[in-house]
Design a protein around this ligand. Structure first.
Ligand code: IPM
Ligand code: MG
Length: 363
């Protein structure tokens, strides 16, 4: 099959981790006879430097014309002082909104061989965890009315959290569908003891849940969820939450897997086209030094294969290769335990490709 992928390298470590992802895709393509065509689309800081805006209409058009978008990371200190509408992050928000990618899927699981990289107490880490955070991605405070005005205390600034029933219902259904294929438990996270938008969230989630009698739905307040994630992460399976809460909780969840450099994500809408990206940022401090962990981006490719292209076998192979490399003791610097020498971004990628393409071992 042939697939057209819009590739946003972005800024910082973006180009390095994208090069890793492309090397892996090419290896899968050669092995399974698929053709991946890459359209390199400028977005983020590099687009600001070249075109004065984080996302041009043309760049957006090219994303819309692709079968899926693969994104490295955008942003960096160079563009930190620009006004909000010109910041590199706007590119990400623009693509999410314009492609209608309302469902952000962020799996976080503790690989037993990385237990020593998990900052939690051994007795907690030993129980392991395997959760999927389903984050609403095109609504809430990220897109609500915002502004500045003069008030009694001087200048004021505001951002509005607003959710419609339709927005809540469709993300709840995504979470229920995912849970139906897992442990059939969903925890919906909100702040219904304070926020009206959360009270509507809770009502709509439970109303929609009536169509899924096999799924057990419970609620958790976001402050408690932040606490429970480090106290007892094993209790979580599918978590559904708003854009803002999901942003924060998914970073927390990533940290307890050992490194933010390990976690992929998928952003999906109504159709098959998605955007796939590591959940980490552009890490300007290590950019260009071959130090980045490519695993989150490589696993994002696996998610793209599975969720947008229906290439389940190819996705399984990528995930198995990553597991095999980790099981064999290879580590990048961020997940290093004392015993091993770290691999750089390129060497780690080569290792994964080596495992991906090696002939099946006879037993
Ligand atoms: C993420 C990031 C983005 C977000 C930023 C870069 C705009 O933190 O994908 O989690 O807040 O959504
Ligand atoms: Mg974030």
């Amino acid at each position: 099959m042939e697939y057209k992928i819009a590739v946003v390298e972005g800024d910082g470590i973006g180009p390095e981790i994208i090069a890793s992802a492309i090397a892996v895709m090419d290896a899968v393509g050669a092995k399974h006879n698929h053709k991946f065509e890459y359209d390199f689309v400028p977005a983020g800081g590099n687009s600001i430097d070249k075109y004065g805006v984080p996302l041009t209409d043309e760049a957006l058009e090219r994303c819309l014309r692709s079968d899926s978008v693969l994104l490295g990371a955008v942003g960096g200190p160079k563009w930190d002082t620009l006004p909000g509408h010109l910041r590199p992050e706007r590119a990400l928000l623009g693509i999410r909104k314009e492609l209608g990618l309302f469902a952000n899927i962020r799996p976080a699981k503790l690989n037993p061989v990385l237990k020593s990289a998990c900052p939690l107490k051994d007795e907690i880490a030993s129980r392991g965890f395997d959760m999927v955070i389903v984050r609403e991605l095109t609504g809430g405070m990220y897109y609500g009315e915002r502004g500045r005005r003069q008030g009694k205390g001087g200048e004021e600034a505001f951002d509005t959290e607003c959710y419609s029933e339709a927005e809540i219902e469709r993300i709840a259904r995504v979470a229920f569908d995912i849970a139906a294929k897992r442990s059939k438990r969903v925890i919906s996270v909100d702040k219904a003891n304070v926020l009206e938008s959360s009270r509507l969230w809770r009502e709509v989630v439970h109303r929609a849940a009536k169509d899924y009698p096999e799924i057990a739905v419970s609620d958790m307040l976001v402050d408690n969820a932040a606490m429970q994630l480090i106290k007892n992460p094993a209790q979580f399976d599918v978590v559904v939450t708003s854009n803002m809460f999901g942003d924060i909780l998914s970073d927390e969840a990533s940290q307890i897997t050992g490194s933010i450099g390990l976690l992929p994500s998928a952003s999906l809408g109504e159709g098959t086209r998605g955007m796939y990206e590591p959940i980490h940022g552009s890490a300007p401090d290590i950019a260009g030094k071959d130090l980045a962990n490519p695993i989150a981006t490589i696993l994002s490719v696996a998610m793209m294969f599975r969720l947008s292209f229906n290439l389940d076998k190819e996705a399984d192979e990528i995930e198995a290769a990553v597991d095999a490399v980790l099981n064999a003791g290879y580590r990048t610097r961020d997940i290093l335990d004392n015993a091993t020498e770290p691999l750089g971004c390129k060497a780690m990628t080569q290792k994964i490709i080596e495992y991906l393409t090696r002939p099946l071992q006879r037993t």
